[in-house]
Design a protein around this ligand. Structure first.
Ligand code: NAD
Length: 280
């Protein structure tokens, strides 16, 4: 895509952090944007702020884990703007385990919630929007926000989250492969941010009531969480993530890291070498 002006972009998880950053960047580049988020107050606030840049903003209260909500999101997008050119499957939760450093000790409600949003949210996005894009028969993008964690050897205390992000990388690879053979007009990007200063460590604010669970933390986990919180606070800005993504839209790359390139390269190399070694 060479010209982005007037293109229509749907961004999930757009009321905060990386999604909010992408929304603002796209709007400043002359696009029309649809902000989808589960958090009503934050969504209204984002709408108010972004409309000061341009009136081409539509907000749709959406829980990406619910297929009916994503259907409504698509319908409202088409009714309002007449098309969809870019889908950012960005909404995500979790990051760090809540009750234990190990995946076997985490509650099943923890697994369910993070899978529902991080994986099912993306599945719902592609299930609803890809057929619309194919019917349009125009150049489109699907951008899935995975993470640096989706490429790397897992780190302690982030097991469930990392698993969902590895899944998003695999899902994006499959989607890219299938769309290239099938159509060729829809491009797929796997956005792999490093640590960005957002509200990700406060994801619990959006946990559904029925998936709440008692948090029985321990000193080791608390220590790890503190370190992660610090790293997030020292992370890059959502604005920077959005800049990197926008540049990537003009290029040919599929995996889009935003920072930590050298660390990421060595970690991925180690992982791949371990796989190759066992294939001898
Ligand atoms: N912050 C980081 O360091 C980092 C690094 C790599 C990847 N990511 C990924 O970036 C994406 C955005 O996260 P962020 O860091 O900006 O966090 P954030 O909490 O600031 O933003 C996430 C947004 O998603 C929304 N959301 C949560 N559940 C939802 C649901 N069920 N339906 C719709 N919206 C929902 C939240 O309300 C929030 O507005 C996530 O997929 C996250 O995994 C973040």
């Amino acid at each position: 895509m060479k010209e982005f002006s007037d293109k229509v972009a749907v961004i999930t998880g757009a009321a905060s952090g990386i999604g909010r950053g992408i929304a603002e960047k796209f709007l400043r580049e002359g696009m029309k944007i649809v902000l989808a988020d589960i958090e009503l107050d934050a969504l209204s606030q984002a709408e108010k702020e972004l409309k000061e840049i341009s009136p081409n903003v539509l907000t749709v209260l959406t829980d990406v884990s619910k297929i009916e909500d994503v259907k409504t999101l698509a319908q409202k997008t088409i009714d309002h703007f007449g098309a969809i050119d870019i889908l950012c499957n960005n909404a995500g939760v979790g990051f760090a385990n809540k009750s234990s450093t190990t995946i076997w000790e985490n509650s099943l409600s923890e697994w369910k919630w993070i899978f529902d949003v991080n994986i099912w949210g993306v599945i719902h996005g592609i299930h609803i929007f890809v057929p619309i894009m194919l019917k349009q028969d125009s150049e489109c993008y699907i951008i899935n926000t995975a993470s640096m964690a989706g490429l790397m050897i897992p780190t302690i205390g982030t097991g469930i989250y990392s698993i969902t992000k590895h899944a998003i990388i695999a899902l994006s690879e499959s989607l890219k492969y299938e769309l290239e053979r099938f159509d060729g007009k829809i491009k797929v990007l796997a956005l792999c941010p490093g640590l960005a200063f957002t509200k990700l460590t406060e994801s619990d604010r959006n946990r559904p009531k029925e998936l709440h669970h008692d948090i029985t933390t321990n000193p080791e986990l608390e220590q790890i969480m503190k370190a992660y919180q610090q790293s997030i606070e020292n992370g890059i800005s959502p604005k920077k993530v959005a800049e990197v993504l926008f540049q990537a839209l003009k290029g040919e790359k599929f995996y889009i890291p935003t920072d930590h390139h050298r660390y990421l390269r060595s970690n991925v190399k180690k992982r791949m070498e371990a796989i190759i070694q066992d294939l001898q």
